[in-house]
Design a binder for this molecule. Structure first.
Ligand code: GLR
Ligand code: MG
Length: 431
């Protein structure tokens, strides 16, 4: 048997716009369409690996030079991918220490953007490597420790339709009060079998969100509940909510912004604090862990630079006795496959993972994922175990090409101004 030729001969980048419902968060509302980037790497043997990451302009600006530099390298040289990215992906223009408007991902740095871009390439290389060797991605990461991965229902306050009658539309209806949130949760439980629930908060005054969690606790007694206002509250408000909901919450996610404020809250409550905002890169870990600011980190392979870095994060959390969960932003089936493979390999994944997937009405893989009893089966097929639907990919790329520029960069505050022209991103703490 001859060894496969793992040399990359071609890299294709396809920016797309995908439908997104009018989900509300503390920054505003989701746009009707959100950008994603599909990365394809092709080896000398003609094997194609696929990856997915953020598709806003600032990510595309970094992805293009990396795609140009990659041919000639091996899909197995994943450490080399990081070195190459360091050499060719400069600091993107417009990077500042501000909170990312769309991603709600805490302080924005050039490093974070670069790692998010690398993640799409790393997953594509692992997919190609697995297909070349006839091994699933989880085997390349050391092997699965579970056969299925549990996900949680990601509940959102939302409107029935986007402002000004914009497309696309769906049949979920509005959820702007406790009854609407419970109805939404019932559909998630019925259609997908989810048994744990996370509510995206920071949208309404805290007492209204406390009432929504109370209603969920009544409707789903004893089932795990989480509330995540994306750092919208002061320390005092966070402690008030923790006191009100202490008996109902599995964890409280980013009640307040900054490690220092999270540490103050953690010192005053027994409710575990989780984050995907103040610990999103390796340099942020030491301060947060030594101050006891967080008890659970939400990993996200896009943030952390891929599947192997996610496992490194897991090892650090394990060492410090910090729990591990998984964050999700709007994403399609390629990223969900990648999330499931890495989640299957991490022994200390202590909580059901977040996923936006049930909110997406479109996909670019031939067989979309289906949740059974709130879980996804881990694929043992070579690579990620999915195939690209090229017709769908072309259609979503065409939408990106035809867009006049308004949707190509996610901006939840700008989307909110379609409904409320005076809306500005609320200063934190908002309450
Ligand atoms: O903290 C989180 O879980 C997120 O930020 C996830 C998503 O970004 C979500 O909040 C959204 O898209 O509005
Ligand atoms: Mg969060």
């Amino acid at each position: 048997m001859t060894n496969p030729d793992l040399t990359i001969t071609e890299v294709r980048l396809t920016p797309i716009l995908i439908s997104d419902p009018p989900l509300l968060n503390t920054q505003g509302v989701h746009q009707p369409y959100t950008p994603r980037l599909v990365v394809e790497v092709v080896t000398a043997d003609g094997v194609t690996g696929i990856g997915e990451t953020y598709g806003d302009t600032k990510y595309l600006d970094l992805a293009h030079p990396l795609a140009d530099a990659l041919p000639g390298h091996s899909v197995a040289d994943l450490n080399g991918l990081f070195i190459l990215a360091g050499q060719v992906c400069g600091d993107p223009a417009g990077t500042s220490d501000s909170v990312d408007v769309g991603g709600l991902r805490g302080v924005q740095t050039a490093d974070k953007l670069r790692l998010s871009v690398i993640s799409g390439f790393e997953v594509a290389c692992l997919d190609a490597l697995g297909k070349s060797l006839g091994l699933p991605v989880h085997a390349l990461l050391g092997g699965k420790v579970r056969d299925s991965v549990e996900y949680s229902a990601y509940l959102f306050y939302r409107w029935a339709e986007h402002p000004a009658g914009q497309e696309p539309k769906d049949d979920w209806g509005a959820a702007v009060d406790p009854a609407g949130v419970v109805e939404q949760a019932r559909r998630f439980a019925r259609d997908y079998g989810f048994t744990s629930f996370k509510l995206k908060g920071g949208v309404f005054p805290p007492d209204e969100e406390i009432a929504a969690i109370r209603a969920l606790a009544e409707a789903f007694p004893g089932q795990p509940l989480r509330l995540d206002p994306n750092g919208a509250w002061s320390v005092e408000t966070s402690l008030y909510v923790a006191e009100q909901l202490g008996d109902a919450l599995e964890y409280l996610e980013d009640p307040t912004s900054s490690t220092a404020r999270m540490a103050e809250v953690a010192a005053g409550t027994e409710v575990p604090l989780a984050t995907n905002m103040c610990v999103t890169t390796f340099p942020e870990i030491a301060e947060a862990f030594t101050k006891g600011a967080v008890q659970v980190v939400l990993s996200d392979h896009h943030y952390w630079g891929g599947l192997r870095n996610t496992r490194e994060l897991a090892a650090i959390c394990r060492t410090f006795g910090v729990g591990l969960s998984m964050h999700s932003n709007t994403h399609l089936g390629i990223s969900l496959a990648a999330m499931t493979h890495v989640a299957a390999t991490v022994p200390n994944l202590d909580y059901a993972c977040d996923s936006h997937y049930p909110w997406q009405t479109e996909d670019i893989i031939t067989i979309p994922h289906t949740f059974t009893d709130g879980r996804l089966t881990v694929s043992d097929a070579p690579g990620l175990g999915i195939e690209l639907d090229r017709v769908a990919l072309r259609a979503l790329h065409q939408r990106w090409l035809e867009d006049d520029g308004t949707m190509r960069d996610r901006d939840d505050a700008a989307a909110m101004r379609k409904a409320d022209p005076d809306w500005v991103t609320p200063a934190v703490p908002r309450w």
